[in-house]
Design a protein around this ligand. Sequence first.
Ligand code: ATP
Ligand code: MG
Length: 417
Amino acid sequence: MRQSKLFTKTTKNLSKDEKSVNSRLLIKAGFFDKLMAGAYSYLPLGFLVFKKIENIIREEMNGVSAQEILLPSMNPRKLWETTNRWRYKEIFKLKNRKGQDFALGWTHEEVVTPLVKKHVHSYKDLPVAVYQIQNKFRDELRTKSGLLRGVEFMMKDLYSFHKDEKDLNKYYEKVKKAYFRIFKRCGIEKETFLTLASGGTFSKYSHEFQTLTFYGEDLIYVCPKCKIAINKEIIEKQKYRCPECNSKKLEIKKTVEVGNIFKLKDRFSQAFDFNFRDKDGKEKKVLMGCYGIGLGRLLGTVVEVCHDDKGIIWPKEISPFPIHLIALGETKKVKEKAEKIYKDLQKAKIEALYDDREDKSIGAKFTDSDLIGIPVRIVVSEKTLKNNSFEVKKRNEKKIKLMKLTSLEKYVKKYIK
Ligand code: ATP
Ligand code: MG
């Protein structure tokens, strides 16, 4: 994409109430726009990152045999009364002109359970796992951490249905592994801890995936040896000890919950009277698990973890573009060469962000490039062309390398792999 055609610009004008690192950098670099507290518009660069994250999640969900669906955001009141959750304060509620009540979906157990019930009757129909990637609505009280807490936000919610606990447990462990692959591919594996959290009334624990960040709202106790953590809310129950090695040497850290997995057991199949006929001919309750990841929160968390004082440093797999190609100086020779490189890359199906802007100084181009944070920067200038070369610099390194133009495509292809 030509930077001269990108309709968004980087900006220095930020409102003072933008405190979190993620919202400051993402707004400054032109990835997002704030509509109101807790609601952000995805701009072209931000939407590209979002789609990469979405794809990673989709691949990993399909990898655990989950099937993608899409449910309505607006749900009838009756469903929420069935589970006694219509009273929840975080639900946004609407009325139509006939006076009927609706909830804007803040989670979807109430919709997905009766839906799957229509198709599952026998043990032969189980297990089933379905997920969607969709916007959720929640009347949150605190919305000051940028993308980390929205009133409207994108979530991947997966629901699984099983014939017995053994099958639920097996699937739960599979999803746990898929979650770690997702966070690894998004570049925050090292900072993300599997965390024991309260399981409500349905099971002893649930698991959260908590990532170290200053703007997170959670506190966890980490065992540095086992790399496992316990959420502060259940640490007393756990007697301040590591569940693996029993050590009391735990470190308190500030974190944000990027995902969680939960055994619902028969909480919702009871409410919706969802039974199946088992092998022995008996009617039994279906057991359920649910598994969430906030995509906007994950994107914001990556920025909280991966940045420096100049801007964002995107992990390779979710960068809006793999390469930032920059033409420096306005001579005909530089222009022609840069154009050729850009077109050759396109032919090789590598979409670079190409800074072809003619009215920007060298300093301004480099400042924008650091702020936007594409992991590899390729520069052609009068100086590099004298040696038939280009300059390459990684966003997270200081070193600048001069390489022959003839090796450019090979270098880029190898880097992308
Ligand atoms: P929190 O404790 O942070 O409010 P939660 O327990 O309410 O989270 P869930 O209802 O389990 O979260 O939602 C699943 C996932 O959706 C969370 O792990 C998180 O990644 C994301 N999420 C939840 N609330 C928000 C929000 N207000 N804004 C952005 N993402 C959110
Ligand atoms: Mg919440």
